[in-house]
Design a protein around this ligand. Structure first.
Ligand code: F3S
Length: 295
């Protein structure tokens, strides 16, 4: 049995930056306090990481109003890596709440793009998942006026128009599907500006896992079930080879890997290295028992 790891896997720049911001808050805090700060929604989509920070005093709160109603002066509010709608910043300013902004700079750039094109009178289309916090946040920078498209069939929502339109993508969207959707949209939108805002980390991880998937018997994708970019890696790998999605080593039944000589491993951008390493260690250690003489 051979284990190969995708060239790009695990924490991306934006996730590293966001967790570093939390580490800094912890380091600078007065140690006796129980709760140091709240993040507005999970800082990243990985429950093991949020549980780690919760133990250190950084809790998740879903609603800024709850924070306003219950906060103690010393508690801080942190914007998650996926960003937040403009109204959150407006409310914070109104109530004098200093924000610590861990929005990934690539997401911030999309927010600025849709905001400026919306102000210029453009229609805005976001290609992404309407229920994902990043997309909800982006839409909140164009007065919630964007049309959200997730599939080719969603294009039926769009009418042919010469009105200028700006099209952006959720940073973690499937690259192949984005290209197909943009092709179709350009046939009905006669005056559109297309901004491919899928981030490099997504492109690198999807390309790397596709290449690896073509050269192994089975792929294991490690990442939280709520992580959009992890789900995309599962989609991409599943198109090529049999693929298993796990959150941690505990989800992996190594005996099920018997019969697969080459095993590829990749991980979502919000999967910490210690979870990836523990999966590999489990395959190596338990593999000795299960695979001895079988592959
Ligand atoms: Fe940012 Fe891209 Fe990661 S948008 S959070 S660097 S996947």
């Amino acid at each position: 049995m051979q284990i190969q790891i995708a060239e790009y896997a695990g924490f991306c720049y934006g996730v590293k930056r966001a967790t570093q911001i939390l580490d800094d808050v912890i380091e600078k805090s007065v140690k006796s306090e129980q709760i140091l700060a709240y993040t507005l929604g999970p800082i990243i989509h990985n429950q093991h990481v949020t549980q780690y920070y919760e133990k250190k005093g950084i809790k998740v709160i879903e609603n800024i109003q709850d924070f306003i109603d219950n906060r103690r002066d010393s508690e801080k509010l942190i914007i998650r890596s996926h960003g937040a709608p403009k109204r959150v910043y407006d409310m914070a300013a109104q109530y004098g709440i200093p924000l610590i902004d861990a929005t990934c700079p690539y997401v911030k750039k999309i927010q600025n793009t849709v905001s400026s094109y919306h102000l210029k009178g453009y229609n805005i289309i976001v290609v992404g998942d309407s229920s994902h916090p990043e997309v909800i946040g982006i839409n909140g920078w164009c007065d919630d006026q964007a049309t959200i498209i997730k599939t080719l069939s969603d294009i039926e929502k769009i009418e042919e128009t010469a009105k200028p339109t700006c099209i952006v993508a959720q940073t973690t969207f499937n690259i192949g599907l984005w290209e197909k959707i943009v092709d179709e949209l350009s046939k009905i939108l006669l005056n559109s500006i297309v901004k491919n805002t899928i981030c490099l980390a997504t492109t690198q991880r999807q390309d790397a896992c596709k290449t690896l998937a073509a050269n192994v018997d089975l792929m294991i994708v490690v990442g939280d079930r709520h992580s959009s970019n992890t789900k995309k890696l599962v989609e991409v790998c599943s198109d090529v080879v049999k693929t298993i999605h796990i959150e941690t080593k505990d989800d992996l039944n190594v005996s099920k890997l018997i019969g697969n000589v080459k095993i590829g491993v990749t991980a979502g951008a919000s999967t910490p290295d210690w979870i990836i390493q523990s999966v590999i260690l489990k395959i190596e250690n338990e593999g000795e028992v299960f695979f001895d003489g079988k592959s």
